[in-house]
Design a protein around this ligand. Structure first.
Ligand SMILES: [Zn+2]
Length: 456
């Protein structure tokens, strides 16, 4: 089975062949940590996390890096507003990001490089670009000369005129060409800064990713991923910097871009005020349903984000976990990845097809009668779930979600009090407790093993 991926660079589906099958490399642009992230920022880690699972399954050895941008003017502004050093902001929100992603079932990448830990790498790369005539220093800045790289614009498929019109480039007296972009900029004493051959300053955003990819993954990487909103200028600039710093060697062999989230028909952005922070969503909805919803559309398509999508995901997971609960007595075997699920993912990460297959297998499992068929379908459900990052909790945990252990203990105590009331023939008290629990949405069931309770 071949893995085919849509390569933005060539604008076609290509069979994925790693440079070195014993060390597949993937870099995904991570967050700028100055605030909680919105749900749109969670799509790349979720979808590229599934790709990472698939690559590990197929090749064994994957080195996956997702960076943290911890020096940026938005961070500086937040630090100034709050009167704290930038590290107070970046430490806090890098941690919040890690927690949000864990909440969505995203496994941590192998490497999480931070920009501020790579300043010597960044400076060394800029020096190489200057030495090779691709960059120049001017008034404390260092700029990349776009005219020095003939393929500039190839990744985003734009000609230079359009790029200038679309990017609202800053015209500055120290630029030779308005399209030239900043590799290094000077810092005043109130801003974070590092010593460099060009004075105290800080890196531009694009050079970070080029330097960190080089430091951890090498000059030429297999897969570079990120949101389509980063294609230009961020990724275009990464290509220019890395290719020129490496004597023309290909920087990333496969470029993958995910589509954006739409929110009520309008592109999600903070300026529209329709922020949906992951941090908040995780308290309002079952986290696994948010993950399911993010995987419910093909990654390259826009995803219409709405409460309806989340509710539909909850209902689907109710059915899937309900099936697993029915199979609770079936002995668990090793998880099996169904061929149809793997082949859907190998078809440019077709997660909607993989999820449809999951529901189909669950349907078969509900109808299956022989113990062997039930065991193997259960193993397939769990195996497919493992690859997709779904169905890994106990069914009871899914159905009793959103509750804390203290509340469970309180309910259990009421159930026991009701049992005692019945035993002592205090039926008024027993009925009172049943009514109270019913009002809270707690259903009681008499079973041969005693009274069980569940949330409706
Ligand atoms: Zn990047």
């Amino acid at each position: 089975m071949e893995l085919r991926l849509y390569n933005t660079l060539t604008r076609q589906l290509e069979v994925f062949e790693p440079q070195d099958p014993n060390r597949v490399t993937m870099y995904v642009c991570g967050p700028t940590v100055y605030n909680y992230v919105h749900i749109g920022n969670a799509r790349p880690p979720v979808v590229f996390g599934v790709l990472a699972n698939l690559l590990r399954r197929r090749y064994g050895r994957l080195v996956y890096a997702r960076n943290i941008t911890d020096v940026d003017d938005k961070i500086n502004q937040a630090a100034r507003e709050q009167g704290v050093p930038i590290s107070a902001i970046t430490d806090r929100f890098a941690q919040a990001y890690a927690e949000d992603m864990a909440g969505l079932g995203v496994e941590a990448p192998d490497l999480t490089p931070h920009a501020t830990a790579h300043i010597p790498h960044i400076i060394a790369m800029i020096e190489r670009l200057i030495d090779s005539g691709h960059a120049y220093a001017a008034e404390g800045h260092v700029l990349f000369s776009v005219a020095s790289y003939a393929d500039y614009g190839r990744l985003s498929g734009r000609d230079p005129e359009e790029m200038l019109a679309g990017a609202r480039v800053e015209v500055a007296p120290y630029k030779r060409d308005p399209g030239d972009f900043v590799l290094w900029k000077p810092s005043t004493p109130d801003l974070p800064g590092w010593d460099s051959p060009w004075g105290v300053g800080r890196p531009g955003w694009h050079i970070e990713c080029s330097a960190m990819a080089e430091a951890h993954l090498g000059d030429s990487i297999d897969i570079h991923g990120g949101g389509i909103d980063l294609q230009f200028p961020h990724h275009e600039n990464e290509v220019a910097q890395s290719t020129c710093a490496h004597g023309g060697q290909v920087f990333a062999r496969y470029w993958l871009h995910n589509g954006l989230l739409n929110f009520g028909g309008a592109k999600m952005s903070k300026s529209l005020g329709n922020v949906a922070l992951v941090h908040e969503l995780l308290t309002l909805h079952p986290p696994e349903a948010l993950r399911y919803a993010l995987l419910s559309a093909h990654y390259r398509q826009p995803l219409e984000w709405s409460d309806a999508v989340i509710e539909q995901s909850v209902r689907t997971l109710d059915r899937l976990y309900g099936t697993l609960r029915d199979l609770a007595g079936v002995p668990a075997t090793e998880p099996i990845v169904p061929v149809a699920v793997e082949s859907a993912l190998c078809d440019d990460l077709n997660t909607p097809a993989a999820l449809a297959e999951l529901s189909r297998i669950a349907g078969e499992a509900r109808k299956a009668e022989s113990p062997i068929a039930r065991a193997s379908l259960k193993a397939e459900l769990l195996g497919a779930g493992l690859l997709l990052g779904l169905l890994q909790q106990a069914p009871e945990a899914w159905f009793n979600r959103g509750t804390d252990a203290g509340d469970d203990a309180r309910i259990q105590a009421l159930v026991e009090e009701r049992n005692a009331a019945k035993a002592s023939r205090d039926f008024a008290r027993a009925d009172g407790i049943r009514r109270q629990l019913a009002e809270e949405g707690i259903l009681l069931e008499d079973t041969p093993q005693g009274v069980r309770w569940r949330r409706a």
